[in-house]
Unconditional design. Structure first.
Length: 426
């Protein structure tokens, strides 16, 4: 089968070289020879550590879908719009199999793409779009196909997990930890999507659709990042017996699906709390199997290539599968709801002027909005003119906490923006 690889960044280059060196191994496992017919990249003249024969270069990648001899197109450009979008849509319309690592594209246009793939009886494979080398998508599609999934959650972004881990382990401030992550290649020069939760949100939306046989929902999802977490929050969490992690959670509650991405305090003896560095971990709760755990490298050329090869072999074997487990006609418009009515226990940190009556006023604001205090710690600053009040609450609706924070932000005794982190029992 003839392949076109589009995109020769770190992942594309690694994938190209792996495929060249391991053709025989893949042939032995699939009985089909994967032949690289063309490669395409933004810059042909760019200096690379390996040579690509001139006859393999395709200057305009958008011609690939129209070439009769092409069977499979590997899209490694990235991004939900532009060339990547045009290439994948045209490839499927021209009855070419597509393998992609593009989470942004799948989370935004996955439903439309799946419909075209199904109509034209070709594969749309995207294992590499979620959690690098962890085979979570194939596990949901095949290994857990007999199970009714009720919840899927975990640490889905290695960059943010590395930053939070090093803030805890090495006692670094957020900016210093981010700088280290960039120096080590764990964070991009522009790491915004990793840090504001958007990367996790894209992955979670894909996993939600697969887990609950639903269409992708881009509206009803809470997305919060880690930019506001500082060393004081890390220390306070440790004192309270927790670790701070950026989590993605999708669950079915009373036949309604809730999707959320946010930092969370997690008991320091839990499995998720012990996932450090650039590792990812996904936990699936389902019936009849119970709890399934997948852990591994969430990013990088090697892990991503592992998933790309897995998808490629699926195509080489001739298995035409529905991209989202079941037929587009049988997928449902599931009911999604926001987190407003979901109840949480939360961590609040209020940096205030150390004056008489302030604590009393804070408790009044909380009581008015039906939020009660479970635990309270008051820490004076060095100059003793200010104080940091750390509160752990009893369970209350998310909407109640929003009202509390809105009210507290108007108070003149509040020095900095109040910190608010949900506590998770996972």
């Amino acid at each position: 089968m003839n392949i076109v690889i589009v995109g020769l960044g770190n992942i594309g280059s690694y994938f190209y070289n792996y495929l060249k060196k391991n053709k025989k191994i893949l042939f032995n496992k699939t009985n089909i020879i994967p032949n690289i017919l063309y490669v395409s990249a933004k810059s042909i003249s760019k200096k690379r550590s390996f040579k690509i024969p001139k006859k393999l270069w395709l200057k305009n990648c958008l011609l690939a879908p129209k070439i009769k001899e092409v069977d499979i197109i590997i899209e490694l450009i990235g991004g939900a719009e532009g060339v990547a979008k045009k290439l994948v849509f045209e490839s499927l319309k021209n009855k070419k199999h597509v393998v992609t690592a593009n989470k942004a594209l799948i989370s935004k246009y996955g439903d439309q793409l799946a419909k075209i793939a199904e109509k034209n009886k070709v594969n749309l494979e995207f294992e590499a779009a979620v959690c690098g080398g962890i085979p979570i998508i194939r596990s949901i599609k095949e290994g857990l196909i007999a199970n009714n999934i009720s919840k899927i959650y975990g640490i889905l972004n290695g960059t943010s997990n590395y930053i939070l881990s090093s803030m805890d382990k090495d006692k670094l401030e957020y900016k210093d930890s981010l700088r280290n992550a960039q120096a080590l290649g764990y964070a991009e020069s522009n790491p915004t999507a990793d840090l504001n939760g958007e990367d996790v949100a894209s992955k979670l939306k894909i996993l939600t659709a697969l887990s609950f046989n639903s269409f992708i929902n881009n509206k009803s999802i809470l997305v919060e990042g880690i930019k506001n977490i500082d060393q004081a929050d890390i220390n306070n969490a440790n004192q309270l017996g927790y670790k701070i992690k950026l989590v993605g959670v999708a669950e079915s509650v009373r036949n309604k699906i809730i999707q959320r991405v946010h930092p969370a305090l997690i008991k320091n003896n839990s499995y998720i709390a012990k996932i450090n560095g650039v590792l990812n971990a996904v936990i699936v709760e389902s019936n009849p199997v119970g709890q399934s755990v997948l852990q591994g490298e969430g990013a990088g050329s090697g892990p991503t290539t592992s998933s790309l090869i897995s998808d490629l072999c699926s195509v080489l074997r001739g298995n035409i599968k529905f991209p989202f487990v079941i037929s587009d006609k049988k997928r449902k418009s599931a009911l999604f709801e926001s987190v407003d009515s979901k109840k949480f226990s939360v961590y609040l940190r209020l940096d205030v002027k150390d004056k008489h009556g302030i604590l009393s006023d804070i408790t009044k604001v909380m009581a008015k909005n039906k939020v009660s205090i479970k635990r309270l710690i008051q820490k004076p600053t060095v100059n003793k003119k200010n104080a940091s009040i750390i509160i752990v609450t009893h369970y209350a609706k998310n909407s109640s906490f929003v009202k509390v924070l809105t009210s507290l932000k108007t108070k003149k005794y509040i020095i900095n923006t109040p910190k608010f982190i949900r506590i998770e029992k996972i």
